[in-house]
Design a protein around this ligand. Structure first.
Ligand code: NCD
Length: 313
């Protein structure tokens, strides 16, 4: 693993299993100072807002004993504000850091960064493109919560057009023998064709629907997302407002009644009304456990990336 740019890099189950094994190991040994005295530095360059992703990477690096450089609002507080292009910023930061975690509003930004960087780039979200480490932690959460990924019926819900976590997760799911993948969204934010083709090529049974209540009794994993407000053009904004107000795919106490007792609800967060707070105390609500898994998984990824080994012992 040199850079982590997109989910298609993880195209065999052995690699995924190794990452999950390493994550399990970290869970049992949560303060392994792998990077103590290593001098390793991770830079987080975030051109878009974040709470979980940046904090979890930074916590992961600190728990491993490494150092952190951070710019949380790079658009305003880095030399970008003076007109510096991304490539020059990356070249510069790669002199100081041993790994760069990049979040950017432009799709393809992580690939551009990787072209010029001397150190590994981790894509922490590139516009409406991908967010591979979030999808890895989502997949790990499904495996941990449900015992397996094979044989499961999974519903991807919400903004399928713009949600980068959904894009990456869909690619990762194509490595598994899942029973069925429901794509649940309003028409105006449906899944990109190229991802549907990829899933079909990998023999994933897909059903496109807008009837969440109808399918709820057969779904094992509900993966909910918010409408990505920041991706809507001014011309589509009315659509956004209309849907956001009436959100017919909301998960609430009523929908819980229709779900299997062993179903699980995931969300990359932040949520803005698409899962009501009344759901949080239900044991099927897995989204805060998902956040914790993200910390362990990112610790495992950093060790693999920087120490160049899969199995942590
Ligand atoms: C997601 C993102 O930034 O793509 N958040 C995250 O990283 N956990 C999802 C979102 O913003 O809706």
């Amino acid at each position: 693993m040199e850079h982590i740019l997109k989910a298609q890099q993880f195209s065999n189950r052995e690699d995924l299993d190794k990452i999950f094994e390493a994550t399990d190991w970290i869970r049992k040994n949560p303060n392994p100072l792998f990077f103590k005295n290593s001098g390793y530095i991770m830079a987080t360059m975030f051109y878009e807002p974040s709470t979980r992703t940046r904090f979890s990477f930074e916590t992961a690096m600190k728990k491993l004993g490494g150092g952190v450089l951070s710019t949380e609002n790079a658009e305003e507080f880095s030399s970008t504000a003076k007109g510096e292009v991304l490539e020059d910023s990356i070249r510069t930061v790669s002199v100081y850091a041993d790994v760069i975690v990049l979040r950017h509003h432009i799709e393809g930004a992580a690939e551009r960064a990787a072209e010029v960087s001397d150190v590994p780039i981790i894509n922490a979200g590139d516009g409406a493109g991908q967010h591979p480490t979030q999808a890895l932690l989502d997949l790990y959460t499904i495996q941990r919560e449900c015992g397996s990924i094979d044989g499961k019926t999974i519903a991807l819900i919400g903004d399928l057009a713009h949600s980068r976590t959904i894009h990456s997760l869909a690619y990762l799911l194509s490595n598994y023998d899942i029973k069925k993948l429901y794509l649940v969204s309003p028409e105006f934010v449906k899944m990109k064709k190229e991802i549907i083709y990829h899933l079909a090529e990998h023999n994933i049974t897909i059903e496109i629907t807008s009837e969440l209540a109808k399918i709820a009794p057969e779904v094992d994993v509900f993966y909910q997302t918010r409408l990505q407000k920041e991706r809507f053009l001014a011309s589509d904004f009315q659509m956004y407002q209309k849907y956001h107000k009436q959100n017919e795919f909301r998960i609430d106490a009523e929908l819980l009644k229709l779900m299997k007792p062993e179903a699980r609800i995931l969300h990359p967060l932040p949520r803005v009304g698409e899962i009501l707070h009344e759901v949080d105390s239900d044991p099927r609500a897995a989204y805060f456990r998902q956040v914790k898994n993200g910390l362990y998984l990112r610790m495992a990824l950093l060790v693999m990336l920087l120490n160049g080994r899969y199995i942590i012992k």
